[in-house]
Design a protein around this ligand. Sequence first.
Ligand code: PEP
Ligand code: MG
Length: 606
Amino acid sequence: MQKELQITAIRTSEGIVIGKAYIFSQITEECLGISGIRISEEQTDSEIKRLEDALKKTRDEIESVRNEVAKKAGLKHAQIFDAHLLILEDQVFINQIKKLITKKHYNVKDAFCTIAKEYLKSFEGITDKYFRERTADIKDVFRRVIHNLTGYTKISLAGLKEDVIVIAHDLSPSETATMHKERVIGLVTEIGGPTSHTAIMARAMEIPAVTGADKITEIIHEGDLLIVDGSAGIIIINPSEKQIDQYKHKQQIALERKARLFIIKDEPAITADNHRVSLLANIEIPEEAKHAMNQGAEGIGLYRTEFFFMNRNDLPSEDEQYEAYAHVARVCGKKPVVIRTLDLGGDKFASALNIPKEMNPFMGWRAIRMCLERTDIFKAQLRAILRASETGNVKIMFPMIATVQEVRSAKKIIEEAKNELRNEGKSFDENIQIGVMIEIPSAAIIADILAEETDFFSIGTNDLIQYCLAVDRVNEKTAHMYDPLNIAIIRMIKVVIDAAHNVSYINEDCRKNEVCPFTWNTNRKPIKVCVCGEIASEPLLAYLLLGLGIDELSTAAISIPQNKQLLRASSYQSAVKTAVEALKMYNSDDVKELLIKQILDLNLEK
Ligand code: PEP
Ligand code: MG
């Protein structure tokens, strides 16, 4: 057995776990590629047999899924798998693969991938929606065949039989969302950073995680005993007895702290000098709402609806969406529920939409940009949200807003949806509030204009930081540059909060002489502003946000008690003074030092 080894990477989701490693090897682009290795004449028969075996195994797998779906959801839903089976019986397709093996001596995987790629290419130019959407199904079938040809068996983390710590090169947000929640006790990935959606899911599921652990899939072996400390970003492979005892002790201390914090969950979120900040929860799936309420959430500040569109081959219907949104609204009662419209793209994809690969997916055809073109999808979602507004205190929020025109276009579609519902006699909240995410620098700069058009703001710092500093939020190599305390970020947040609160920096002289490039409309009503990015759960940042004048903090449910403790121990006046001091500083190290000192002075329990 390998000697104990400690590795430090990026702390991503807090908590300590001790358990066995499970190496999750996905099919990556490389293994879909062509190796170029040729076989000998004698090997052709065995390669053909491998192909036939893999096709049969795939057929059996699909048939068994088909039967299960038929049982659970009815024949109509199972029919999609008939189309999958047809591909596997397409003799033209199969003969082409066989020909490459027998005539050109391709190895079976190269032969399969070559023909599979040509097959997929033939779908590329087709404009018919139905056929385009079938490409995702075909890819799925091909993926299964390749799994069966190459022996990659771990294609899902849903069916795990024992508790494991998953070790992977990368995990997509959808793989994370569908993994067996009770069995996966920890996560370690080679790539990704703390604000990737995989990391966000891990926190939502309260699974300790470390990301950016270079070459970890090569270092760790299946079944190795591991300690993963998600709060410190540490992985210990084959730990000593002494280390196990130490970490079990740390685990115990963390559990006791959690229990003590939980006691204050129903106390008001108010500073020692009576300043109130609402503490809300971010959720990804409807089932999380109840847990959020149990942690003392004063509502849902961000419901990321895109997870509803992932892990499925079709689009959710309006009724299905309505059920989910109404469920969350009901669970929250009178408390607000901010439902964010579809924010697909970036690192979140829906197979049914078949979004083409882009060079810069975070800056591409995503979120509101896609919704304003695919108004069929957008309007179905808006109708579902509007209908759900009857059951609770629902609000609508648009992601990735860059211009005021986008807000106006989106609002126009809400009006259309409202009219349709009125004509159909379906009720909804006529005065439903509409807000926008401020997560693109252009939106921050025109926040005063956007405030005229909307009822609330939510600052999405996960994206705002990446776009403002030009640092990819999911790239572990640039994670050290992703600095929420960068002076530009602090100033930008301050500008947005002041714009929302209608605080004008422009003095009368400036206004009279018209020397300012813009003037703020001082007559408009102030609106509330929330921060729903991951920084809202970092104590140093939460304290700074308090001082900058934030109205609401929306975080993973697990962080609510900790934020409440911080608020209740703080003085708003001192936090404001600290923020003013920070705003005069020139670099983030100085701000950090200042904030650490303030937090230490609060004497919070560790
Ligand atoms: C953000 O960008 O800060 C945010 C909350 O949205 P998401 O993480 O889903 O992009
Ligand atoms: Mg975002």
